[in-house]
Ligand binder design. Structure first.
Ligand code: HEM
Length: 434
């Protein structure tokens, strides 16, 4: 049920769920209610609001990514400064409710990612929008990517027969200490934008527009500096919170042929036809023990990753994007055999099957009870084959020396739905197939 369905026209309280209405009003709204809802003062207040403009428009705030297409946005689109994963439980009780949810999500995502004016409502009702971006929404490079978890394919919606073949509940790896409150979910939304306000605004919009259909389960936000190209046109990768450049050897997201192999499900490997052009999303919240790391000798740090810290180059030297030469170093004298990059991608015949597209953000949450910083990596990776991709790479990394400094505490596996054309809604092919 949408918010609009719930609010009758005419009398502000008549027929309306009064508790929800009051919750929506908050303290300020209650004051207005007490002062008399139908005064001309409140009408003129809403007219004034419509004239307000917030932060000046700029090329960054106007930046938008097309929503309709073969694939969803937010996977191969360039990574902006802010990212967030929000995971939800679906409260809809039947297929009709699930379809209403998917249609509402699609409608909100289209509006939020393309921008426009916020609907102005009679001031006797809760406003249509949180207002945190002002009355006019600019896209600000926002992408919202919808994925579904294995639990959506349980008995509730009759979807079991059409579950993507490899979609499964994430299980613990040896170094994990998974916190149940930050794991799994029926559905995930990845928000990426130029600024934090934009992604928080989008999340609040979606929560507000899906009452009775969705409940937030956990979320994790992160940031990453956007690196401007240097004078010679080359670009360096941003650093993670361990001080190393992160993303150097990521497959090129603008290489369509490569993405077709690495990222997009294509109907082969026994995947249901509806899932073509979707992708498997692996999310991990990985805490970094930064205090311990900052007391570790540089040569040990570099041996752990298998790269030079400052330049990001291979251990042999050179520049960041030089290819590491493992074949010439079979004993690991230059790049240790148990270094992160050598385990993650041994560059042996056949290991290209295990490539994944990473899209991580650095997070900083606050302080742990023991006085240590709670910061780390919001690891997000996309792949056409979850087993050959994330799971195999993580299994190779199990026991790596980096584990002394990291602790995965949350996340989950999801399937990112295929893109859609105008007039359609996300997940329609999944519902039609079942
Ligand atoms: C806090 C946890 C992690 C940190 C700090 C981290 C950091 C790094 C760094 C600094 C690099 C080298 C630069 C680059 O190519 O991006 C790298 C490479 C890589 N990492 Fe991680 N990583 C973490 C977790 C993971 C996980 C969980 C996976 C997958 C299971 C993973 C997969 C990879 C891959 C595939 C590469 C590229 C290797 C290559 O092709 O040379 N990383 N990581």
């Amino acid at each position: 049920m949408s918010e609009q369905d719930d609010i009758p026209f005419g009398c502000p309280f008549g027929g309306l769920n009064r508790r929800r209405f009051l919750q929506g009003l908050g303290a300020a709204g209650l004051g207005a209610a007490a002062a008399g809802l139908s005064t001309s003062a409140s009408a003129s207040a809403s007219a004034k609001t419509a004239e307000v403009t917030d932060a000046p428009s700029s090329s960054a705030t106007r930046q938008s990514h097309p929503f309709f297409g073969v694939h969803q946005q937010g996977i191969t689109t360039p990574r902006p400064a802010v990212g967030m994963i929000a995971s939800f439980d679906v409260l809809a009780r039947d297929r009709a409710g699930l379809e209403r949810l998917l249609r509402t999500l699609t409608e909100r995502i289209v509006f939020l990612t393309q921008g426009g004016s916020v609907e102005q409502r009679d001031a006797r009702f809760p406003p249509a929008d949180s207002g945190i971006l002002g009355p006019s929404i600019e896209p600000d490079a926002l992408t919202i990517t919808l994925s579904v978890g294995a639990s959506l394919f349980d008995q509730r919606f009759g979807l079991a027969a059409v579950k993507p073949r490899q979609l499964q509940r994430m299980t613990e790896f040896p170094n994990d200490a998974l916190d149940a409150a930050r794991c799994h979910g029926d559905l995930s939304l990845q928000f990426c934008a130029n600024t934090e306000g934009t992604s928080i605004h989008a999340l609040r919009d979606i929560i507000k527009n899906t009452p009775g259909l969705l409940m937030l389960r956990w979320k994790q936000e992160g940031t990453v500096p956007v690196m401007a190209p240097r004078a010679d046109g080359s670009t360096e990768s941003a650093r993670n919170y361990l001080g190393f450049r992160d993303g150097t050897a990521n497959p090129q997201a603008d290489d369509r042929q490569l993405m077709q192999k690495v990222v997009w499900v294509d109907g082969s490997e026994g995947e249901p036809a509806w899932a073509s052009n979707g992708s498997y999303q692996a999310v991990r919240i990985i805490r970094n023990f930064v205090e311990r790391w900052d007391r570790t000798p540089l040569q040990e740090q570099e041996a752990i990753f298998g790269r030079r810290r400052d330049s990001g180059s291979p251990m042999a030297g050179g520049v960041e994007h030089d290819e590491p030469q493992f074949a010439h170093d079979p004993q690991g004298e230059v790049t240790p055999l148990d270094s992160h990059i050598r385990l993650a991608n041994p560059r042996t015949p056949g290991s290209e099957r295990n490539l994944i597209l990473r899209r991580p953000f650095n997070y900083s949450n606050g302080v742990e009870a023991n006085g240590q910083l709670d910061m780390g990596l919001l690891f997000i990776a996309y792949q056409a084959d979850l087993q050959a991709g994330f799971i195999t790479v993580q299994q190779r990394l199990d026991g790596e020396p980096l584990e002394e400094y990291i602790k995965p505490v949350g996340g989950g596996y999801f399937f990112t739905l295929p893109g859609i054309q105008t007039g359609d809604f996300l997940g329609s092919s999944m519902l039609a197939a079942s």
